[in-house]
Design a protein around this ligand. Structure first.
Ligand code: SAM
Length: 465
């Protein structure tokens, strides 16, 4: 921040930030220079140097050795994590992605390779190990790699110790602690040795060009979790890392990022596999490219014989908490629709509605599928039901407007678009619109205004930005 006093000269802080971004990906823009100085003072002390300026000068002239990088990482990284962080992502993994992955590998060598890249103190890879423990009753018959890497050696040591305080369980279902941990002292719990031994911790700097590689076991991954890591990197570095993670995956492998990192720009090489506002998994390539033959069961798509409500694959125990059957059916409907199997998608959606008639999203989804099928009247009916259940459903108005426009009924189209604009006026421009795969209120408003401009009798509501 301008005007803030620093203990190091600005030029030095600027060069240091550049060096760190290049060598570690750690991003220290001006606003974080105070954090940087605090971390550097601690790193200087840990390196036996009393004068932080002399320490930084030495680093800048001699460059970073591996040892120095580790010391810096120990003092400059953000160690924020907990078991089953971002519950929706773990639900997605437990109910869909992992069962589908397990199913596709069951007859293909029973081999699973999962990597938690930027694992911090181990809560994330251990959460996966616990999920696999529940999903794979025949765990012993599988060859499972669960690799956990980080740039901070202290975090890795803590992970390998496997002892956690209450804070690591801050948003974790109580039964997890009961089932998988043993109290070792007041407020501290050790993970069960059976789970602990399934995770391998090792040092890896994601900014280094050392992966994918056989030598550090970072190749041929089925699933990579890289959550809340890329968001701390500068854009160019994050893009480079995304490229390397892409290469580290098998052809039908998947990448899980945090909801905040789900970006079709950063992850342009990937195709969204499951993409919701609160959880996102990408796959390396579009399924049709990777599975041209019908015999290959693509990871991420519930295999046909297991497409049953609430039981995505035959091997798993019922998830806790129990899944919302209608939501599961809608996910299947979306996946079918994404693959162009529209009639099947409509069938799943109708089942979702039968399971829960009061969910406006299911009606909306059915409307979009029916529209794709060319069933305009049925689509209209579903949209009106969605609006009956949720009168603020912007996209339903927008879709009705489009429907009317394509039927040449311009006045009605204008009215529906106008309703959508009036609803959008009540929202901040950057707010994501429900069911829109990340479209913001501002962007949708632009789209609607342009649609209105193309009607002979524009109907505007005069919203200011
Ligand atoms: C906020 S934590 C995220 C932990 C976990 N993935 C989660 O989502 O809960 C970010 C982690 O990224 C690690 N990290 C930062 N830069 C890294 C790099 N260049 N290579 C590997 N790990 C890095 C940090 O040490 C830290 O453990």
């Amino acid at each position: 921040m301008t005007g803030m006093r620093h203990i190091l000269p600005e030029q030095m802080l600027s060069s240091l930030s550049e060096l760190l971004a290049q060598r570690t990906g750690l991003n220290f823009p001006k606003e974080r220079w105070s954090d940087l100085e605090r971390g550097m003072s601690a790193a200087a002390r840990a390196s036996g140097e009393n004068n932080v300026q002399a320490y930084v000068r030495r680093l800048l002239s001699a460059g970073l050795t591996q040892h120095q990088t580790e010391i810096l990482a120990s003092h400059l990284t953000v160690g924020e994590t907990y078991f089953f962080r971002d519950g929706k992502s773990f639900e997605l993994l437990e109910q869909y992605a992992l069962p589908a992955l397990i199913h596709s590998r069951r007859d293909a060598g029973r081999r699973l390779r999962i990597w938690s890249a930027g694992c911090c103190t181990g809560e994330e890879p251990y959460s996966i190990a616990m999920l696999l423990d529940r999903l794979l009753p025949d765990h012993e018959q599988w060859d499972i790699t669960l690799l956990a890497t980080d740039i901070n050696p202290q975090f890795l040591r803590k992970g390998a110790d496997g002892v956690y305080g209450d804070w690591s369980f801050r948003d974790t279902p109580a039964w997890i602690k009961e089932r998988y941990f043993k109290k070792v002292r007041q407020g501290y719990f050790e993970i069960h040795p059976r789970i602990k031994k399934r995770v391998t911790f090792s040092y890896l700097n994601l900014a280094d060009d050392v992966y994918p590689s056989l030598s550090n076991n970072t190749h041929a991954m089925d699933l990579i979790l890289c959550r809340n890591v890329l968001m701390y990197f500068a854009a160019a570095q994050a893009a480079k890392i995304a490229g390397k993670l892409h290469r580290a995956l098998v052809d039908d492998g998947g990448l899980l990022v945090s909801p905040a990192e789900a970006s079709n720009t950063l992850l342009a090489q990937f195709a969204p596999a499951y993409f919701f506002s609160d959880a996102a998994i990408y796959r390396k390539a579009a399924p049709r490219e990777t599975t041209p033959a019908a015999e290959a069961i693509p990871f991420f798509f519930p295999p046909p014989e297991t497409q049953q409500p609430d039981t995505p694959a035959p091997t798993i125990k019922p998830p806790v908490p129990p899944p919302d059957g209608a939501a599961a059916l809608c996910v299947t409907a979306r996946l079918c629709a994404g693959q162009g199997r529209l009639a099947e998608a409509a069938g799943w959606c109708e089942q979702a509605i039968a399971a829960n008639r009061l969910n406006p999203q299911s009606h909306y989804l059915l409307a979009t599928i029916r529209q794709e099928l060319g069933q305009a009247d049925a689509a209209e009916q579903s949209l009106k039901r969605a609006l009956y259940l949720d009168p603020d459903f912007v996209l339903a108005y927008f879709t009705l407007g489009n429907l009317r426009r394509s039927q040449g009924r311009r006045e009605e189209a204008g009215r529906y678009f106008g309703n959508a604009l009036a609803l959008l006026q009540r929202r901040p421009c950057h707010e994501a619109i429900m069911e829109s795969d990340g479209l913001t209120a501002g962007r949708l408003e632009d789209i609607i205004r342009s649609a209105l401009d193309n009607l002979p009798q524009p109907c505007t509501t005069g919203k200011k930005h």
